[in-house]
Ligand binder design. Structure first.
Ligand code: ADE
Length: 237
């Protein structure tokens, strides 16, 4: 059955291309994923389509009303089994969470803007998620990240051609480097081992380059990468 994403936002057109183009768009056309985009202003409940108000206690900025969010969620075509508020104050998004979410049937993504939502939206969501330690102007780009990372884990969304690339991250290491034609470019060649037919040697070379790259760029990933004794000795040389 299709994994269904509902996005609730003040700017639904920001997300439209992600639901129509490239692999996510193809997966939607093929019925593997389903997307719907909802404008929170449709649920304002007033003729000015005003969804926010000034904060109790004073201060700058505006706060999105909890009753608007409640009505927008109630109007979804089905009841989501996950409702995620995108906020820099949320749980950090990672591959483990992407894999967990890929097991859901219907995920609602609630995108903030301005100062944020009334704190009582906590009672309407199943979790709050941040895509990283930086502050964006709204949650829409974060919603796109989650649709990209979760959508590609559903069977059939990416073909074999693309999916072998996933092996490297699910191995817990960064990808090894890839090369294609031309064999010589501006004085830079291609590693000899890749030009020969020794598949065992190529496999070991790729594993070693992935280990080397991970050690140089993301040493924090190594303890969780399940290294073999052979990997460990390769890292030391
Ligand atoms: N909204 C603004 N910044 C964000 C972030 N880093 N993650 C999720 N939602 C956000």
């Amino acid at each position: 059955d299709a994994l269904h994403f509902s996005v609730l936002t003040l700017f639904p057109e920001l997300l439209r291309p992600f639901t129509q183009e490239a692999l996510l768009g193809r997966a939607a056309a093929n019925g593997l994923l389903k997307f719907d985009l909802h404008d929170l202003r449709e649920h304002a409940g007033n003729r000015w389509r005003k969804v926010d108000d000034t904060p109790y206690g004073g201060g700058a900025g505006m706060v999105i009303r909890v009753d608007v969010v409640e009505r927008a969620l109630a109007a979804l075509p089905s009841t989501p089994d996950e409702v995620i508020l995108l906020t820099p104050a949320g749980q950090r998004f990672d591959q483990r969470l992407a894999e967990e979410l890929a097991g859901r049937q219907h995920i609602a993504l609630l995108c903030g803007r301005y100062e944020g939502f009334d704190a009582r939206v906590e009672g309407l969501v199943t979790r709050e998620v941040s895509i990283g330690d930086y502050v964006m102007m709204g949650g829409e780009a974060a919603a796109a990240c989650i649709m990209e990372a979760v959508g590609r884990l559903r069977p059939g969304v990416i073909g074999d051609e693309e999916s072998w690339r996933a092996d490297s991250y699910s191995s817990g290491l960064l990808d090894y480097p890839e090369y294609t034609r031309p064999a010589e470019w501006q004085g830079h060649g291609v590693p000899q081992v890749l030009m020969g037919g020794n598949h065992a040697a190529i496999t070991r070379w790729r594993r070693d380059r992935a280990l080397e790259r991970t050690l140089a760029r993301r040493p924090d990933l190594l303890p969780g990468a399940g290294l073999t004794p052979e990997d460990s000795s390769a890292l030391l040389t």
